[in-house]
Design a protein around this ligand. Structure first.
Ligand code: ASP
Length: 331
């Protein structure tokens, strides 16, 4: 392929460990964001053989600092770049701690079939065996490929391709942290070759009903973690702060402690949309025949942090319990 024929990929930087450095090559924690997206690209000259890259820094933070406002800014920028016929796909570098939340948000809101790939790193750029450079190379390779079109937002780390809907961070420090528990990854890149084996059946991108046009602020949604001997005060605090939604990280198959049950009952009375998810880490919270009577929504297989993303978006459409439940059934 001549240089002229290379795909055009937009590379958007948002920060994270991939853009961080520490004081020593052996330091794998206690680092901070120091590098811009241009520097990350320059560090991997091999990328110039894959694609023509247009770089942009959208923000540059540790991903624990990402806000709803930043998600809206990133989605707007991505939408307008992908609407340009000269752009063939996009890669976003992001901190791994909340990468799955941003990926799922974009998966539900971006109106494009072009490849959108998020990547990051578990080790700072200054580390021995830093994983960022190969992750970035593989992410660009994936975004450049025709086979990646129409698959929704993808996450590429540690050689694996994951669907945004299913992937989650499972380990605090290890490079194999991203897993799609229960479903498996969509494929992998081995020795520079892409192998894709499956597609997510859940609706995404062009097939969702969400639109961010005119949305200036996302509805406030809290997550409350349930446990033995829980108190009702966290529910009262959420109600008092004026949230529109609560996701409860409930026990097992969405079981609620007696005080969580009471707290949610009060929240529902205040018109707050309440979703039951699980703190178990994998599996489906099965819909209960009692959900509708109690005004509750079951969260399917979404973990609490992803359920919060979907609930925020569902609340931009409606506050009706059944309408929101149908979003959880489909997305
Ligand atoms: N704290 C970092 C972040 O999420 C972790 C990482 O990127 O791996 O921004």
């Amino acid at each position: 392929m001549t240089r002229k024929q290379l795909p055009h990929i937009a590379l958007l930087g948002t920060g994270g460990t991939i853009a961080s450095t520490a004081g020593a090559a052996t330091a794998l924690a206690d680092y901070s964001v120091t590098e811009g997206i241009e520097a990350l690209l320059t560090a991997v000259p091999e990328i110039t053989t894959l694609a023509d890259i247009r770089c942009e820094q959208v923000f540059n933070v540790d991903s624990r600092c990402v806000t709803g406002k930043m998600l809206l800014k990133l989605a707007a920028r991505l939408d307008s770049l992908l609407a340009d016929p000269a752009v063939d796909g996009a890669v976003i570098t992001h901190g791994t701690d909340t990468l799955e939340e941003t990926a799922y948000f974009l998966n539900l809101t971006i109106k494009s079939g072009k490849p959108i790939v998020l990547t990051g790193a578990m080790r700072p750029g200054s580390a021995l065996s830093a994983d960022g450079p190969l992750n970035l190379y593989n992410a660009i390779l994936l975004a450049s490929r025709r086979e990646a079109w129409g698959r929704g937002v993808l996450v590429m780390l540690n050689d694996r391709v994951h669907a945004a809907r299913f992937v989650t961070k499972t380990n605090t420090t290890q490079v194999e942290t991203f897993q799609s528990s229960g479903q498996g990854s969509l494929g992998q890149i081995v020795n520079g070759r892409l192998h894709l084996y499956q597609k997510s059946e859940k609706l995404h991108t062009l097939d969702t009903q969400f639109s961010l046009a005119g949305v200036r602020k996302l509805p406030a949604v809290d997550i409350i973690y349930d446990h033995q001997d829980a108190g009702p005060h966290l529910y009262d605090a959420s109600i008092a702060s004026g949230v529109q939604g609560i996701v409860v990280a409930a026990c097992g198959n969405g079981s609620l402690s007696p005080q969580a049950e009471k707290g949610l009952k009060r929240a529902v009375k205040h018109g707050i949309a309440c979703v039951r998810c699980s703190r178990s880490g994998s599996g489906i919270v099965t819909a209960s025949p009692n959900d509708a009577r109690r005004g509750l929504i079951s969260g399917d297989s979404l973990n609490p942090q992803k359920a919060r993303i979907l609930l925020m978006l569902a609340l931009t459409l409606s506050r009706d319990r059944d309408t929101i439940q149908s979003c959880f059934d489909r997305y």
